[in-house]
Design a protein around this ligand. Sequence first.
Ligand code: CU
Length: 375
Amino acid sequence: MKILSFSGLLAGFVLCFSASISYAEELKVTADEHGMHAHHQMGHVHEGPASPISVMGDHLHDEGEWMLSYRFMRMEMDGNRSGSNDLSPGDISGVVANRFFGTPGQPATLRIVPTEMTMDMHMVGAMYAPTDWVTLMVMGNYLDMEMDHITFAGGNPALEIGRFTTESNGIGDTKLAALFGLFETGNHQVIGKLGGSLPTGSIDETGTILNPMGARVSIRLPYAMQLGTGTYDIEPGVTYTGHQGDWGWGAQYQARIHLGENGEDYTRGDKHSVNAWLAYLWGGGFSTSARVAAETESKIDGIDPQIVGPVQTADPDNYGGQRVELGFGVNFSPDDGILQGHEFGAEILLPVYQSLNGPQLERDYSFTLGYRFAF
Ligand SMILES: [Cu+2]
């Protein structure tokens, strides 16, 4: 269904912008006549269509050029699964073993089940190129998260006694990276990334929960609701991009490797991701893209002694997994006029495969809206 409505959207673009396309064709002819071979004008980072807005580190800037960006991402999680099997709250409460059984007040099986989570992320980034072959990047994040839960009675795991929502918000981890041009010929470019993440996000956020005895208590929130990793992380990557006429494509590998243990005695799971995309420039600066993204993340190593409870999210083993998502994007980056150098993009990602170290909340969708400006 979603694919069908996307085709509809594409068809819409074809109709709406056919006029702009012929205008763009005219411009191209003029450019060729004037010998302005399509190399990198100031404030114009893309030859061919733009990459999807959620893809980062896919381009270099010319010496002395800056770029500022803002992105908003919303990720929605809904329902649980373990491996690739869906689980209802009744499949978890009273069934899944509680790793904290033996600690005073902890039942043998789980009693609190997360049902939904929303994460909003505001990302502000800057890029600067000290030379043509190196571009530096810095990105700050602000996170706002909410998780809904059902609490079942300590003495009767089938009896719901209430619901509650926990929240956390604040600055996340800060990213730094250097991008290097490794290879460039005609329409093809390979860029290496050497990046890192600084532990600026809090890992001791607290919240109020409803426990299986019916009491509201304040506790340290589980790992999923913490704002940072607490560790210094290395983020290497390599990106290939190519373009031909109105088509553009790319492929990227990225990793996030956590160094050492954080101050609360644990390490988030390392993450590796690959993605590939295809984009088409319809004209007038409008392009659309389709992307496939796959990632694998390990479970958490170690345990925060203050995160305890009859809930799946308190268990470091219920983190990570593998997923594959499809992304559909739209970009607008005019070649001329007052908006030249400004780029607007949106992309939605829909999971097609998830195998989680669960029980764990499964991803429903995520989307990113972004703006970037080069000067
Ligand atoms: Cu840039």
